[in-house]
Write a protein that binds this ligand. Structure first.
Ligand code: ATR
Length: 287
C-alpha cells in the first residue's frame, strides 16, 4: 500500500493518546485499497495540550478528517465548526469530517455502529425495553443512540450510580420518546429487569483481562431465552457472559461488528462509499 502513495493521495488521521493498539488504520487502509481509493489512514499520538495544533495541522495539510479517540472525544468539541445531533447529546465525538473549505464537523459513530450491528442480527428494539450494564463512554454513546433510534425504555445499571443517573437524565431530557432509569449494579435487580427486556448489553469491562472469568449474570437460568445478549467486548471473542447466553439458548453477539460498523459509518462520512464490511470482517478478523 505504501508504494501506491502518490502526489495526489489524501489522508485521514486518528488523534488520541495512546493510539498504537488502534485497529482503525488497518480497517480503513484495507478498505481504501479494496475500493481503489487514493487515501491513506495514519494514527497520530497527540500529546496533552496539542489537540488544537493537531486539528489545525490536519486542516492545513488538506486532510478529509479522521477519528478522535481517548482522551480527546469531549475536548475536540471546542475545535469544531458543527456537530451532529447525536454527538451533541452524547457530548462526545469520535469522527470528524473536514470540508474543502476547512469546515470541521463532528459525529459520533460508536452508538450508530452498535445499532447497525444489532440491525444486522435482525434484533427488534424499537419501542422495546433494553437493559444496559455500565455507564462509561461506550455505554453513553450506545444508550443515547438506542433512545434516538426508537428504544422505548432503557434501564442502566452501574457500580457508580451517579454515572448511570447522568445518562438516564440526559435521555429523559433530550429524547422524551424513551423512558430511562438508573439502578446500582446488583445481580438480583438486573435479573428482575431483564425478564421483560428485548436486549441486554454489557458495556462494563467485566469479562476482559483480569475479570475474564466474571460476568454480570452468573447462570443461564437467569436469562430469559428470548432476550438478545450483546457484549461490547471483542477480546476475548466469547466472554463468560456470551458463554452463559449460548448455554441459555439466547441469540448473542460480541463487540467486533460494533467496532467495524463504527468505522464503516465514519468511512461513509469521509468517502460517501460503503466499506466492504464482510471483506474486512473476514480478512482482518478472520470471521
Ligand atoms: P468505555 O470507554 O469502554 O465505556 P469506561 O468509560 O472506562 O470504558 O467505562 C467502564 C465501565 O465499566 C464503567 O461503567 C465502570 O463502572 P464505574 O462507572 O463504576 O467505574 C464499569 N466497570 C469497570 N470495572 C468494573 C467492575 N469491576 N465492576 C463493575 N463495573 C465495572
Amino acid at each position: 500500500m505504501v508504494n501506491k502513495i502518490s502526489g495526489t493521495t489524501t489522508f485521514m488521521g486518528l488523534l488520541g493518546n495512546p493510539v498504537d493498539h488502534s485497529k482503525s488504520p488497518i480497517i480503513h487502509n484495507t478498505a481504501f485499497e479494496a475500493l481503489g481509493l487514493d487515501h491513506v489512514y495514519m494514527a497520530f499520538k497527540v500529546e496533552d495540550g496539542k489537540l488544537n495544533d493537531a486539528v489545525k495541522g490536519l486542516k492545513a495539510l488538506g486532510s478529509k478528517g479522521g477519528n478522535i479517540t481517548m482522551p480527546y472525544k469531549t475536548k475536540i468539541i471546542e475545535y469544531l465548526d458543527e456537530i451532529s445531533p447525536e454527538a451533541k447529546i452524547i457530548g462526545s465525538v469520535n469522527t470528524i469530517k473536514i470540508d474543502e473549505d476547512g469546515k470541521v464537523t463532528g459525529y459520533n459513530t460508536d452508538g450508530k455502529g452498535f445499532v447497525k450491528s444489532l440491525e444486522e442480527k435482525d434484533v427488534e428494539f424499537k419501542g422495546k425495553k433494553i437493559v444496559i450494564a455500565g455507564a462509561g463512554g461506550a455505554s453513553k454513546a450506545i444508550a443515547i443512540q438506542l433512545a434516538f433510534d426508537g428504544a422505548g425504555e432503557i434501564v442502566l445499571f452501574n457500580r457508580t450510580l451517579e454515572n448511570a443517573i447522568s445518562i438516564a437524565d440526559n435521555i429523559n431530557k433530550n429524547i422524551p420518546t424513551c423512558k430511562a432509569s438508573a439502578r446500582i449494579m446488583n445481580e438480583e435487580d438486573l435479573v428482575e429487569e431483564i425478564e421483560d427486556s428485548a436486549v441486554l448489553v454489557n458495556c462494563t469491562s467485566i469479562g476482559m483481562k483480569e475479570s475474564i472469568d466474571q460476568a454480570i449474570i452468573s447462570s443461564p437460568s437467569q436469562l430469559p431465552s428470548d432476550i438478545f445478549v450483546a457484549d461490547i467486548i471483542y477480546d476475548p471473542e466469547q466472554t463468560k457472559l456470551l458463554k452463559i447466553a449460548q448455554e441459555a439458548g439466547c441469540k448473542h453477539m460480541n463487540g467486533l461488528k460494533m467496532l467495524i460498523w463504527q468505522g464503516a459509518i465514519a468511512f461513509k462520512i469521509w468517502t460517501d462509499k460503503d466499506m466492504p464490511v464482510d471483506l474486512i470482517t473476514r480478512d482482518i478478523f478472520g470471521e
